[in-house]
Structure formats: C-alpha cells, structure tokens
Design a protein around this ligand. Sequence first.
Ligand SMILES: Cc1ncc(COP(=O)(O)O)c(C=O)c1O
Length: 447
Amino acid sequence: MKKGKATNDTKLAIHGGKKAVPQLGPYPTKLGADELLALMDLWEMSPTTHRAVQKLIRGDRKLKGPHLFRYYNPKPSRVALAEKAMAEAIGVQQVLAVNSCTSALVAAMRALGIGAGDEVLVPAYTFFATAATVVASNAIPVIVDVDDSLNMDPKAAEKAITRRTKAIVPVHMRGAPAQMDALLDLAKRKGLPLIEDVAQACGGSFHGKKLGSLGTMGCFSFDYYKIINSGEGGFITTDDEWLYTRAQSWHDTAACWRPNRFGREQREGELFCGENYRMSELQGAVALAQIQKLPRLIEQYRRACAAIRNDIESRPGLSFRRLTDPAGDTGSCLIFFLPDADRTRNVLTALQAEGVPAGGVYDSKVRDWHIFTYWDHILERKSVAADGLPWSAVPAKQLPKYSRDMCPRTLDWLGRSIHIEINPDYSEEDCALIARGINKVLRAYLP
Ligand SMILES: Cc1ncc(COP(=O)(O)O)c(C=O)c1O
C-alpha cells in the first residue's frame, strides 16, 4: 500500500472513513415461488385452478417467501397470532405454541420442576403419550382407573397419591370433560398442580370454563386426528407467568430465544438446558385458521351428536357414557355401554356391517395404545439407557406395582363400550340414518 495521507477510500471506517461495504441486500428469504407452489400442491384443486395458480405464481419474479422461523418473521408472526387466538379461545393469560401435545406435556412437567423420583397420576385410558411423557421427564407414571365417564376416577386418584406424587394429569378423553370439580378439589387439598390433557377435547368446557383453563396448565394437540389440527402441533395454556417462562425455556433449546435472550437469568430457575419444540410459521398459519373455525366446528359436532343421540330408542341394558357436564361435551364422539363384553363385540360387528361409523375399545386380541394393558414400555419398566431411569431413581420396593389387571374397572367399562364417531359435516339425513342403523341392531341384540 502507498504511504501518504489517508484518503476517504483508505481511511478505516473505525477512524471515520467511508464504509467499504455500505449495504448488502436486501436479499429474498430462502423461500420463493418453488416453495409456495410446493405448498399449493398439497391442496386438491381442479386442473384449471392449478394451471392458473401456477401461471400467476411463476410469473411473479419478485415473489419473496416468508420467514418460516417464528422469531425472524417480520411481525406479525403467525405462531404468535395463533397463540393470541388460543389465549382468547380458551380464556387464559399465557399460551405457548409447540410442535405436539407430547412436547407440551413434557414442557409442562419440566416447567413444574417434575423429575427423577417423582410420581405423576395418569388415567388408565388415554393415548399412551400422556404416560410416556412422564417417563420422558424422568418421573414415574401412576396409572389410575377410569369410571363410567371414561375419565380419571377422582376417588381412585386420591387413593393413588403418595408422598412422591408431584402432579395429577386428567385427560378429557374422546371430547368430554373429566370430573374437574372433584379433581381440582383433590389437587387443592393435596397441594398438587393439575395438568389438563386437552388433546382430544379442544373447544369443550366444564361448567362454563373452557377446558385447558381450569387446571394449573393445559396441553393441546393439533395433530391430524384432533378436533382442529395443523398436521402436527400443540399448545400449552396457563395463567401462571412463571410456569409459562419455564415452559418457554424448555421448548427452546437452552432458553436461547427467550425475550432477553443473552441476558443472565433474572430469577433462579429461568435458565436450564431444554429441547427444541418450537412451532414453525407453516404450522402457525394453519393453526390460526383452524382456531378461528373452532366455535363453528364445535357447534356442528354438538348438533350432529345430539341429533343421533335423541333418535336412539331407550332399551333395557343400554346406558350412555356419563357426561360430567353435558353442555361442555364437544360432541365429537357418542359413547354407550351394553351389559356385557361378548354382546358388545357382536353389536359392534353388526353395526359396522350396517355402515354405522362405530368403534369399540377393549378387545384383548387387538393392541391399542389407548389402553394401559398395552403399555409394555411402562408395565415392563423399560429404559432408554443403561442407567435404568426413571425406575432406578427409587428403591425397587417403592415403585408402583404394574400389572395388566391392575385397573379392572377401566377394562370393564371399555370392554362394554361402543363409540360412534361424529363428523361435524354430517347432514340431518346422515344423523337419522346412523340412528336408524343403531336402533336396528340394538333391537336385535337388546330385545
Ligand atoms: C389424550 C392424548 N394426549 C396426548 C396426545 C399426543 O398428542 P401429539 O400427537 O400432538 O403429540 C394424544 C394424541 O393422540 C392424545 O390423544
């Protein structure tokens, strides 16, 4: 370099010279027309619409895709909007979007400080994830019988509490609220947090309060099978800001995207190593659209469910699932019981032959992840590593005694239950046909 007086070109910017690189970009995000077209391909469209959309999108050379990472999206982030919509729909102060209800359950338990040596009560009838996430949190699931509501029996729950119990996790199975008054009373008397598993009952309520707003925390699933979905996805609801903060930390790899992300912890317990359960903007956009549809969908479910139920003739030996709050049932499933398991199996086969959308639950020959008898991973105390956790954290004698006949009432109720799947799009005529099919079969089997 030539010696001499530094010109504006040579003078370093740190000494007041001109910046060598005044500006870069702006560049498009990493997503553009190809990605949008890939998304459009997911929707079923007529070939004409498809061609028209293709032409429009391909023709737009400046098309700039969105940031699908929630924290980079120019506001408003779809995930943040979905959280806000969920807070309004459920009636809670804090909502955290995650990528599944399984994640939501683990994050909720971690937020509550549940870990090795702790016990958590879960019902014997629920999707396996409710129990598996207790183990994933290094704690021990204690499996509790359900009653004729097919939800956790509060009396059985009380009996299952030990000095190790750290939480109660009732599940609002098949769209209907658990016995929340008795369970909340139990939780209060014992000083225990209550996590509602609302995976199957989004939009339901208990005596006027939305499910997911009654307990300490609520966990929702937005996977494909649920009342509303974003393919995969989940939400945590709570009124407790501190629990929200801790769940946010857990869901976000060592708390790296928390509000003051590079700051030291403001309060002991805010920072710890977590996982990555973040929801993407793709899921957030779909979840938001689905949450906005929720009131209408619930109304349709309830209408169809009531229409079918009202048309079913009463017969000796026929009883309906006990609803802890009929007005709060989502109506996504209509369940009735028959006097014995043999007849239930025959009635189920006959209903299916008639074309009625009926399912049964307990058949010892059919493996079903919703019934504790098939939870080999827990019954046989399996562990992912040689450390034997979570079972090794407690002296063997103090572990719960698991067996395939430990919750006989659950098996009895499930073995005698018939589940009629409700579709929110059933017309009046569909409902009448289904009720007619049910009456035809029940007349033959319950004369
Ligand atoms: C009661 C219950 N809890 C938890 C889950 C787990 O939900 P996800 O698939 O979103 O992890 C499910 C899913 O079927 C469920 O039914």
